[in-house]
Design a protein around this ligand. Structure first.
Ligand code: RP5
Length: 158
């Protein structure tokens, strides 16, 4: 069975941020789809998409009154990772962050930092790596590269 991730965002204006999640997934060899679907502007299409999706993990990003990740989490039994986007209407991303992280008990959304779609991609990959050896190996390699880069930058200081 091929693992898959669905990336959703509330507006085209979120794309520059949200595409970073896709770049991580692609680098790990994980299949994904990416769609603009809004909790407020296209609620029926959002529900229909999530109900019909076979993805293992959802990544949802939105800004301002950022309800999309929570709505997705209310529909699916799969893990949902929320990305608070610092949109033009947003109050420095703080409104987006609080809208996404302050979910009611029973409907969790794993929330990453403001605009940090890269971490959403990594977290989704780590979830998939639990049962996918190829992705696990890629995560191990990613961590090693990150580790070596820090040590090399330290060595370059002197
Ligand atoms: C949210 O409103 C979207 O996720 C976006 O971050 C924000 C602004 O949307 P646009 O007015 O740019 O389409 O629903």
């Amino acid at each position: 069975m091929t693992n898959k991730v669905s990336i959703l965002m509330g507006s085209k204006s979120d794309l520059e941020i949200m595409k970073k999640a896709g770049e991580v997934l692609a680098s790990m060899g994980i299949d994904y789809d990416i769609n603009i679907l809004s909790a407020h502007r296209t609620p029926h299409e959002t529900i229909e998409f999530v109900e019909n999706s076979t993805s293992d993990v959802f990544i949802a990003g939105a800004g301002g009154a950022a309800h999309l990740p929570g709505v997705v989490a209310g529909i699916t039994t799969k893990p949902v990772i929320g990305v608070p986007v610092n949109a033009t209407i947003s109050i420095n991303g703080i409104d987006s962050l609080l809208s996404i992280v302050q979910m009611p008990p029973g409907v969790p959304v794993a929330t990453v930092g403001i605009d940090n779609a890269k971490n959403a991609g990594i977290l989704a990959a780590q979830m998939i790596a639990i049962s996918n050896q190829n992705v696990h190996d890629k995560i191990v390699a990613f961590k090693k590269e990150q580790h070596d880069t820090v040590l090399a930058s330290n060595d370059a200081l002197v």
